[in-house]
Design a protein around this ligand. Structure first.
Ligand SMILES: [Zn+2]
Ligand SMILES: [Zn+2]
Length: 183
């Protein structure tokens, strides 16, 4: 049985409910990010979905959640976080040979995404994958007021103030200063 696939014949007269706990590696883009070390997924990816046939489209409402571990972009420490996204997808049957462009409308609470499908089943993996990846921060921060690393000695300023002079906060200046002292 295929995971996260809605068969149109199953939702002809009733809604389909799908609840699944899946490995992060099942989602292509997320899997790439796991391989490149951008994120560690520390739990199964939990997906809850309701698919309903309405008029000329299939509405898929759902939620995806996972526990993740990220590396802070300021202090380089790993920290644990949770991600969760509630979404609503509208699948419309592709018409004719011309490709139907996906449209995306951002709303405050839920993302409304319109996708085209072909054939008699809908594979939800690509869109759920996108929902997860969109939730990942571009510049992860362990906390909003993370002080980062000292540009002179590399010490973690969240742990202790090292006492370095950092008026000119550039690594090359720090290195030059140390060089002069050592001579
Ligand atoms: Zn940090
Ligand atoms: Zn320092």
């Amino acid at each position: 049985m295929k995971v996260l696939t809605v068969r149109l014949e199953d939702i002809r007269d009733k809604n389909a409910e799908i609840t699944a706990e899946l490995p992060g590696a099942l989602f292509p883009v997320l899997s790439e990010m796991i391989h490149s070390g951008e994120v560690i997924v520390t739990s199964p990816v939990r997906v809850e979905i309701t698919a309903a046939h309405e008029f000329d489209h299939v509405r898929v409402s759902g939620r995806v959640e996972a526990d993740i571990r990220l590396t802070c972009s300021r202090c380089c420490a790993e920290y644990d976080d949770k991600l969760g996204s509630t979404f609503e997808l509208f699948y419309t049957k592709a018409q004719g040979p011309a490709p139907v462009l996906d449209e995306e409308i951002e709303l405050s609470e839920t993302d409304l995404v319109s996708v085209s499908y072909k054939g008699d089943e809908i594979n939800l993996i690509p869109e759920v994958d996108e929902q997860i990846v969109m939730e990942l921060p571009l510049r992860p921060l362990c906390s909003g007021d993370c002080r980062g690393l000292c540009t002179a000695c590399g010490g973690d300023l969240n742990v202790a103030e090292c006492g370095c002079h950092r008026e000119v906060s550039s690594l090359s200046f720090g290195a030059l200063k140390n060089l002069k002292i050592n001579q």
